[in-house]
Each structure stands twice: as structure tokens, then as C-alpha cells.
Ligand binder design. Sequence first.
Ligand code: ZN
Length: 282
Amino acid sequence: MKLLRYGRPGKEKPGLLDQAGRIRDLSGRIEDITPATLAPASLARLARIKPESLPAVRGRPRLGVPVGGIGKMICVGLNYTDHAKELGWPLPPEPPLFSKAISAIVGPDDDVQLPRGSKKSDWEVELGIIIGRTARYVSRRDALDHVAGYCVCNDVSERAYQLERGGQWIKGKSADTFGPIGPWLVTRDEVPNPQALRLWLEVNGERMQDSSTAKMIAGVATLISYISGFLTLHPGDVIATGTPSGVGTGRKPQRFLKPGDVMRLGVEGLGEQCQRVVRYKR
Ligand code: ZN
């Protein structure tokens, strides 16, 4: 199942994508897609609905974040060997974690605004995990039972604010619009092996990142188990699992985002995002 939310910001309606790639309106069945919707029993109920029985949505509405009311977004740093290498950093002994402010989260095709003074804003395609069951001290073996589904994330990052402004990384990771999520939440049953997904990102049509989640250092199950040892993961929480090489700061010469640029990115089976880069709005 591919769950999504569509409509104007703050007014999104719940929907799902049918086999033909059409949006079907779920608002006659549920009020919204929220963390509570992601409970296993609730997802099973939705899976029993025949998409053809739902009204088809006309046109191409804006897509919102596929889950409303996300509680937190935890990101993993340096989780691909080639990315650590391009930054010239040693591999960390354990996965570094940081959080992205919830206020940074936007729909998959919304504009990305460069924050005031930004000269080093950068892209990061990532596999996102969306939690469906409360996870606290879970073992690696049980970890995937706590996943509702997966999504595409762009962990947009202002490198100067991240690394040259006295810490912590949140300064460069949490500007408004720096967290596009979507286009949909693809339920776990449709992603039998999350460690075999191609992921890629283009800027103005030029391919910058092209890798596979097979190259992650800590995989999805390890990350959920590891993170749940520090904090409780709740339904609707999102984990961004790290980016492969090909970010702007790792290129020679370095390259950063400017107004008018277009980022297009995707993860195999999870859909694509497309963001126009614009100046900040007050
Ligand atoms: Zn990242």
C-alpha cells in the first residue's frame, strides 16, 4: 500500500495510490493519516479496502507529508563508507545521530528555501523509515516488526551552519523546508529487502548521487535497535538513514544550491521527489 496526503498545506486529505498510479480519496474512510493510522491493525484494515471502490482524485494535486503529526525525525550521519570518505572523515565507531526540527518537514515537491545568508546548502537523498509500533530497547531481530513503511527523504543541509557555526549539526539541518518527505509511505510488505534499493539524486538534470542501500554501514534493523536504546521511537517517527556519496560539499570543486536549481531524487520502489530551490521567505 502507498499511503499519501494531498491538498493545500495544512488542509491535506488522506489518500492512497492505486495500481495504475492514480490517487484515490480515502477521506470517506479515515479522517487523516496520522501516527495512530500506522498501527498494524489499522494498516491491515486499510489494506482490505479495494482501491477501485474509492473515488479517483482528478488532476495532480500537491502532495503533503504522507503522515500528519510526525513526532520526531532522527537522522543518522556518516552511514555510507563512500560518503565519509568524500568528506575526508574517519568512519565513526558508532552511528552518529542528530535530529531535524519538525518545523523543517515539508511535502515532497514543495519549494526548498535557502535560509538567510546561506552559501553552502546541499542535498542528501536518503531512505526514510517510518515507525508503526512503539520501539524501546528492541532487538535487531524484532526491529523490522516496528516499521510501518518507508519513504524518500531529502536531508537538505547548510554545511556552513552545520560545521562552521560552533555546533550542533541541527543548525544546518533544520531550516524551514529542509526536510522534504514523501511522496508516499510505502508499507513494509511492499519492501521485502530495504537493503537492496537504488537511491539517486539529480540537480538540474545532472546525476549527483547514485548508490544502493546495500552500501549502508548500519542497516535498517540495526539502526532501529540502536536508536531505541537511547530513546523511545513512537508511531509516526521518521528515521533518515544517511546519505551516500555525491553531495555538493564532497565534490571537487564544491557545488552548492542556488535559487532556481531543481532537485529530483528517488529511492527504488518508493517514488520520486522534485523541489525547486528558492530564496527564504519571511
Ligand atoms: Zn543526512
